[in-house]
Write a protein that binds this ligand. Structure first.
Ligand code: GDP
Ligand code: MN
Length: 398
């Protein structure tokens, strides 16, 4: 589950990770009040207005702007709230901005230069251990750093038995080129960040930039936080952080119906039971010259009701030119699924305007095929073998 920057920063702050302070606002008026409050709390006289959407690269898209007084806070907030923000990480139409974070300006001039670093905490799936990934080249596109100067990206693995050790935090601060007060601040920052990651059951923390201020404070200017949804039962207070306005509407609907659905950009809808079979089916569609329009795992109970809901969800996507149903009948018998497909088809009437290729294999597969073949007037094509299903997809797309 992805969070907004302001929510991620609140979590960091609650674990003692220093952050660029800010207050979220939904209207230009609220933004001004937030700025006034921020000045009372921090003494700041300049502010940054930051669009809150689930996408990075907001600065590049005009979603992060400096405001030097309350009038500017108001006019910039007025411009940003309600805009469709396009960044390198959004679609061409962009994302609607519902809220802005009014944050203190932390790039003030002083004794030393400000510096930007990159720090993330994530799981290394190859070793099964969490790691800190970091680079002195922060602020910019980390993908570009990885491509052009991979030697400037470092990793530090954390032993789950000990957690991050003091020498590891010092090594990170050293590799980032710090010394003196800033060095010490960075070791504290890193230790607190890793603890926050572990204690909040996060899936990813990406802090870009981590800033060294001109008076040697180390703080998180940005926070991309993703929480492990499977661990949310342990964090009841995190559940309300979900912002469904940021999610794909069809995916939200599918989730509410208990279906595991991910929208993709292809032309062949898939309805499958089991995630592994769903992946295999997507490969099959590609081999047949199509592109999967979605990932959809209907789970164990593929009865008429669920099949109908699943068809409805798949057909919301106007790019779908055909649907491939690929079900393995184990406990759920194939003939029941076939009946479900036929019933759903009949119930939905003319809402189904594309051919459906049904491949059922397993318990009672023969009866299932006979059942479908006996139906007349439905645009349903049966197949028994995987390859045969692929060929039929190819035929209907041609
Ligand atoms: P992103 O573009 O979505 O990654 O958003 P960030 O939160 O990383 O902000 C983008 C950029 O805005 C940063 O890299 C900074 O250069 C700039 N920025 C953020 N906070 C401040 C601030 O307090 N003062 C100034 N002058 N610039 C800031
Ligand atoms: Mn950033």
């Amino acid at each position: 589950m992805n969070l907004h920057e302001y929510q991620g920063k609140e979590i960091l702050n609650s674990f003692g990770v220093r952050i660029q302070r800010g207050i979220v606002a939904s209207t230009p008026e609220e933004a001004v009040t937030a700025a006034q409050k921020l000045t009372e709390e921090t003494g700041t006289s300049w502010y940054v207005v930051k669009a809150q959407v689930h996408a990075g690269g907001r600065g590049k898209g005009g979603g992060v702007k400096l405001a030097k007084n309350l009038d500017e806070v108001k006019s910039i907030s007025n411009d940003i709230i309600g805009m469709m923000l396009v960044t390198p990480q959004t679609s061409a139409e962009g994302k609607l901005v519902n809220q802005v974070l009014i944050a203190e300006d932390v790039y003030y001039p002083g004794e030393s230069e400000t510096e930007e670093y990159y720090v993330s905490v994530l799981l290394n799936r190859a070793t099964g251990k969490n790691m800190v990934m970091y680079s002195p080249e922060g602020g910019m596109d980390i993908e570009e750093v990885a491509e052009k100067t991979p030697e400037l990206i470092f990793t530090e693995e954390i032993d789950p038995a000990t957690g991050i050790l003091p020498f590891q935090a010092r090594k990170i601060a050293f590799n980032l080129g710090l010394s003196g007060t800033a060095f010490k601040e960075m070791t504290k920052f890193i230790s607190a960040l890793v603890t926050a990651y572990e204690k909040s059951d996060a899936a990813m923390f990406e802090i870009n930039p981590v800033l060294k201020t001109s008076d040697d404070k180390i703080l998180a200017v940005d926070a991309k936080v993703s929480l492990d949804e499977n661990a949310l039962y342990r964090h009841k207070d995190f559940i309300e952080l979900r912002d469904i306005r940021e999610e794909h509407p069809t995916e939200v609907e599918a989730k509410a119906a208990g279906l595991n659905y991910v929208a993709l950009d292809g032309n062949v809808g898939c309805m499958v039971n089991g995630a592994g079979l769903a992946m295999g089916t997507m490969d099959l569609i590609k081999q047949a010259g199509g592109e999967p329009a979605n990932f959809l795992d209907v789970g164990g109970t593929a009865d008429a009701e669920r099949v109908e809901i699943a068809f409805g969800i798949i057909l919301k996507d106007p790019n779908v030119k055909a649907i491939l149903v690929n079900i393995f009948g184990g406990i759920v018998r194939c003939d029941r699924v076939a009946q479900g497909v036929v019933d759903a088809y009949k119930n939905m009437g003319d809402k189904i305007n594309v051919p459906i290729i049904v491949r059922l294999q397993g318990t009672n597969a023969v009866e299932a095929k006979a059942l479908i073949d006996a139906e007349e007037g439905l645009n349903v094509i049966s197949a028994t073998e995987f390859q045969e299903a692929a060929e039929k997809v190819q035929e209907v797309l041609a």
